[in-house]
Unconditional design. Structure first.
Length: 256
């Protein structure tokens, strides 16, 4: 029955900790990849009327409906990355998942980009979670850190060992909570422009921020002026630039 690289969560302390992080007043709760229902059965106790499950595996869907018939009408059989979130009610949503390691960053980006995202509690591979949390200058700081921290207040919730799963994965995990932040970008296009800047800044790891941006197609004079306006030294590297400075740099480049 195991497909898609699943590792099923079996530790009750972790399960209860994740479910407890879901706000009791949540108007809709979306569980991504419920699998065998370790989280689902607990979510049903508190959020049955507002729960939607998105599951990629038809065998898992059948398993869940067999064990919890009340889920009928609350399940979507789909790859979450291909699922149109516009099919959900247009109201604040809280997301829950023991995320598949291979797609975790893409799923997080999709959730944080949705206009009705309100919060989330997600489990990640420990190393990836550390990158999400990393401040400027720390190991692992990069686009995932900047773009996640731009859109959400992020906190570590639970450390999760290998033995908490069946079968055990090769790595440890970490559960993070996300609370929506208001961003300075009024439109999706303005956010995408900022995301392109951040990706370009880190595109050439051995280069300075200036060189990385120029090599990514930004105008030399514009980059020089933007760095000066943001009070960033010409030799600065992207991994030492905090989120606030990236926002200043973006504002300046938009004006030029």
């Amino acid at each position: 029955m195991r497909k898609y690289g699943q590792h099923f969560l079996i530790n009750q302390r972790v399960i209860e900790g994740i479910v407890a992080a879901v706000p009791p007043q949540a108007r809709q709760v979306v569980e991504i990849g419920p699998g065998q229902g370790a989280l689902t059965q607990k979510l049903l106790l508190h959020h049955a009327a507002h729960l939607t499950l998105v599951e990629i595996d038809p065998q898992m869907q059948a398993y869940l409906l067999t064990h919890w018939p009340a889920l009928a009408g609350h399940m979507v059989l789909a790859d979450f990355l291909k699922f149109d979130l516009a099919a959900l009610p247009a109201e604040p949503a809280f997301f829950v998942s023991n995320l598949p390691y291979i797609d975790a960053a893409e799923i997080l980006d999709k959730v944080l980009s949705w206009p009705y995202f309100d919060g989330a509690v997600f489990m990640f591979q420990k190393e990836q979670a550390q990158r999400i949390l990393a401040p400027s200058g720390a190991a692992g700081y990069g686009p995932l850190s900047v773009l996640s921290q731009l859109r959400a207040e992020i906190k570590p919730l639970l450390k999760v060992g290998k033995a908490c799963f069946n079968p055990p994965p090769k790595v440890e995990s970490l559960v993070l909570t996300f609370a929506k932040k208001q961003t300075p970008f009024a439109t999706a296009e303005k956010y995408r422009r900022f995301a392109r800047l951040v990706q370009a800044a880190f595109a050439h790891k051995r280069k300075t921020l200036y060189n990385s941006l120029v090599l990514s197609g930004y105008d030399k004079a514009a980059v020089t002026e933007a760095l000066q306006a943001a009070k960033l030294a010409p030799q600065v590297r992207a991994e030492t630039v905090p989120l606030a400075a990236f926002l200043q740099l973006n504002t300046q480049l938009v004006r030029l």
